[in-house]
Ligand binder design. Structure first.
Ligand code: ACO
Length: 431
């Protein structure tokens, strides 16, 4: 972040303050308002942080107008085509693509941390069978703080490293166990001879009674889903992780906070909500009815899987996801899937509609991911947990970056107070 030498002038009544303008390596310049209150006695007002940079970061860059997503400078479409999830994890965590040796060492470290403490199995059993797997994950990941005391000291770089590897390694195991528990099947332990995505599929779909062969095309599709969701700069759940961590809380508690935030339908919960919406629409002839509802201001309905705070051209992840959906459905011989037909037609109609064009609403990554996961055999309740598995590396990378940042401060926004000013207490008999 370079000082441009430029300043922005703010005049309030008869007083003018000059604010430094900082230049990022990509994206718009940023007005540094850190001294604004001290100099001018005012705050800024920006609900939802639509114009506010909450931190400096060198991990991920999104150009919403171009529809570009870069991890450490590398475009997501190149990574989705040529790389794989654990390599992207390494890139996000350490800043560079690994050499063959570095990758082997990293994969081995992740692989050898996939089992969870045996006592944690008892913890799972405390949940009701019909608990949503996200509810279980929020609880179990938070509870890791109680099982891994040797990696909770955030001031020790080694403990931070161990916590990062543990979280990335154990998240698929935890998600799969949450799923198995919800369907009343025994847990399947991880296997070290399988790659990350194959291992996850096996832990979800194998049963002890018979052998389970991982289909390499499905495993590749899962790997792509994980890659496409790995990080997305300062989104709601990542900002939640950063805010929680800013108080010095331990990494497991902070990532549990990120999972809780991800669950909402405006964020990670959109993949579940989107497939449910496509099923509710059911047939192509009912699409106009739903488009009409989406445009109606008095109806809270929104087209799930459409729109994004940052992408105003297209979501580059959605393109790759659409291609993956075609491949997976062809492999499984379900190209004539009615839900896919509804999705494609809905996309076509919405993209030609004045309302969606004017508001720059395009399909986002979740529009097609649910179709793939459904075809693989996952229930909708597992869609958001899979997003959480993928995003763990993003949360962890941003958390590590933040802890190492000398400018890190506790996150403590100001407010525009609209309540009563001081008034005196009234005794109950006089109210
Ligand atoms: N359907 C219909 N109208 C929409 C939609 C939609 N999906 N999304 C936005 N709009 C409209 C809004 O009504 C608003 O109209 P107005 O200006 O007339 O009031 C305008 O477009 C701007 O919408 P905002 O909600 O102000 O945009 P914001 O950036 O705050 O929200 C969000 C982005 C939350 C993603 C929104 O587009 C949405 O709710 N989409 C559906 C849920 C979804 O798919 N979420 C996944 C996001 S991606 C991810 O987390 C991986």
């Amino acid at each position: 972040m370079a000082d441009t030498g430029k300043t922005a002038k703010l005049t309030l009544d008869d007083k003018t303050v000059e604010l430094p303008v900082l230049s990022p390596t990509a994206g718009p310049d940023v007005i540094d308002i850190r001294k604004l209150y001290a100099q001018a006695g005012v705050f800024t007002y920006d609900p939802g942080y639509t114009s506010t940079a909450s931190c400096a970061s060198s991990i991920t860059y999104i150009d919403g107008d171009k529809g570009e997503l870069l991890h450490r400078g590398y475009p997501i479409d190149q990574l989705a085509e040529k790389s794989h999830f654990l390599e992207v994890c390494y890139l996000l965590l350490y800043g560079e693509l690994p050499t063959a040796e570095e990758l082997e060492d990293f994969e081995s470290r992740v692989t050898h941390h996939t089992m969870i403490h045996e006592q944690m199995h008892n913890f799972f059993r405390g949940f009701r069978r019909d608990a949503h797997p996200m509810a279980t994950m929020v609880g179990v990941v938070g509870a890791m703080s109680a099982f891994y005391h040797d990696s909770t000291d955030i001031n020790d770089p080694w403990q931070r490293e161990v916590a990062s590897i543990r979280l990335i390694a154990k998240m698929p195991t935890i998600a799969a166990m949450a799923y198995k528990y919800s369907i009343g099947q025994p847990d399947i332990y991880p296997r070290n001879d399988l790659d990350y995505s194959s291992n996850f599929l096996r832990m979800c779909f194998a049963v002890p009674a018979e052998e389970y062969e991982v289909n390499p095309i499905l495993s590749r599709a899962m790997d792509r889903i994980l890659m496409l969701h790995a990080d997305h700069e300062q989104n709601a759940s990542t900002s939640t992780v950063r805010l929680a961590s800013s108080s010095g809380a331990n990494p497991f508690a902070c990532i549990a906070a990120g999972i809780a935030c991800l669950w909402g339908p405006a964020h990670g919960g959109a993949n579940q909500a989107c497939l449910e919406m496509l099923r509710e629409i059911g047939t192509v002839d009912r699409i106009p009815e739903y488009i009409k509802r989406a445009k109606d201001k008095s109806d809270p309905f929104r087209l799930m899987g459409f729109g994004h705070r940052v992408y105003k051209n297209f979501d580059p992840r959605a393109k790759v996801m659409k291609q993956s959906a075609d491949e997976v459905l062809e492999l499984l011989g379900i190209e004539n899937n009615e839900t896919l037909k509804v999705a494609k037609e809905l996309e076509r109609i919405a993209l030609e509609d004045e309302y969606f064009i004017e508001k720059k609403l395009y399909p986002n990554v979740d529009f097609y991911s649910g179709i793939i996961l459904d075809a693989m055999g996952f229930p909708t309740s597992m869609f958001t947990p899979i997003f959480a598995v993928a995003r763990t590396v993003g949360w962890v990378s941003q958390w590590k970056e933040m802890i190492a940042d000398p400018e890190m401060k506790i996150g403590r926004p100001r407010q525009l107070y609209t309540g009563y000013t001081r008034r005196d207490y009234v005794d109950v008999e006089n109210r």
